[in-house]
Design a protein around this ligand. Structure first.
Ligand SMILES: CSC[C@H]1O[C@H](OP(=O)(O)O)[C@H](O)[C@@H]1O
Length: 343
């Protein structure tokens, strides 16, 4: 399951809007096409859009005609700032783009060399993400009890990352370690990442999975049918508050009520120490049509609109632990994240 392909044939993205019905790759040639693909959720998931944004920036750098390094950097920065605007909540997009911006600015090399170095940096971001996913899997799998039913929300799998998964990476690692687990996947209205993407991924790797309506999660927890919850993240603030797919906050409150451990799995590239708390995380509001239509059919009466916040914020006191590639981070998060980042 590779959401992103980048080779001599250029950049191709698995069009996640068509899954599970059709596996089709779209070819993209310019940063403008990449920005639109991220905004339209051809590719989605915090690390995956960070990696794709970085590649889009390299595609732009390859086409810059510059009279000098200064001229190159001015044009490069404009492309970078435009790409950052594709989607506001996942910090990985700006993190990856800033990493290439910083790399370009600290280089005293020829223009030909700088593009090659940026290409290598984008690949490094991608490779690091896959390694981080697998490390998170190793650490997180230890938290999943044998014979557990694990609930997850949205899709934080190979399709949302460099190619293995954060929350789904923990689930895969627990399964591959021989634990007899099964998964309940929230369908995750309105975009249905759980029903369409998580179920598709877990079926492919053989992990037993059942889809549930988002609204069924609470009563299943109350009936003792869930032993752990693991979800991804789009941005983690310095105090441990977490922005993730809409519906995560409700799950977190219900997990506390039912005394079920609630884990976040996310790489360090999703932790934003410059954002002090969840109230400062920008939340993306998407087109109400995503709520009003399902499978291209209008499900609501004409003249009735909808609200479509794509993310919500879970306060850190609902979070049992944050699983990262450097280990499992325990509360109090303000202190433990400072230690993790050495600040
Ligand atoms: C591993 S990050 C996955 C994260 O991104 C998803 O949002 P979207 O599908 O809108 O990009 C969701 O919040 C997942 O937890």
């Amino acid at each position: 399951m590779r959401p992103i392909l980048w080779d001599s044939r250029g950049l191709r993205l698995l069009d996640q809007r068509l899954l599970p019905w059709q596996e089709k790759y779209l070819r993209l040639r310019t940063p403008q096409e990449v920005k639109k693909a991220i905004k339209d959720m051809v590719v989605r998931g915090a690390p995956a859009i960070g990696i794709t944004g970085a590649i889009g920036l390299v595609l732009g750098a390859e086409k810059i005609k510059a009279r000098s390094k200064r001229d190159f950097l001015a044009k490069f920065r404009r492309i970078a700032e435009s790409l950052k605007k594709a989607r506001p909540t996942a910090v990985n997009l700006s993190w990856a783009i800033d990493r290439l911006l910083n790399r370009a600015e600290d280089l005293n090399v020829s223009l030909e060399e700088v593009v090659e170095i940026l290409r290598a940096e984008a690949l490094k971001i991608w490779e690091e993400d896959i390694e981080a996913n697998k490390a998170m899997g190793r650490f997180g799998a230890k938290l999943i009890p044998d014979n557990a039913t694990v609930l997850t929300h949205c899709n934080a799998g190979a399709l949302a990352t460099g190619g293995y998964g954060t929350a789904i990476g923990v689930i895969r690692a627990a399964y591959e370690a021989g634990k007899n687990i099964k998964v309940l996947a929230d369908e995750t209205r309105p975009w249905l990442q759980g029903a369409r993407l998580t179920a598709w991924e877990l079926k492919k790797v053989g992990v037993p999975v059942e889809i549930i309506p988002d609204v069924a999660a609470g009563s299943l927890m109350a009936q003792g049918k869930v032993q752990a919850i693991v979800v991804g993240a789009d941005r983690i603030a310095a105090n441990g508050d977490v922005a993730n797919k809409i519906g995560t906050y409700s799950l977190a409150v219900l997990s506390k009520e039912n005394k079920i451990p609630f884990y976040i799995a996310a790489p360090l590239s999703t932790i934003d120490m410059a954002t002090s708390s969840g109230q400062d995380i920008p939340i993306e509001w998407r087109d109400p049509k995503e709520v009003l239509y399902c499978a291209k059919k209008r499900i609501a009466p004409k003249g009735v609109s909808a609200l479509n916040p794509a993310f919500d914020v879970t306060p850190s006191h609902y979070i049992s632990a944050i699983i990262t590639e450097k280990g499992v981070v325990q509360p109090p998060y303000t202190e433990s994240l400072k230690i993790l980042f050495g600040v």
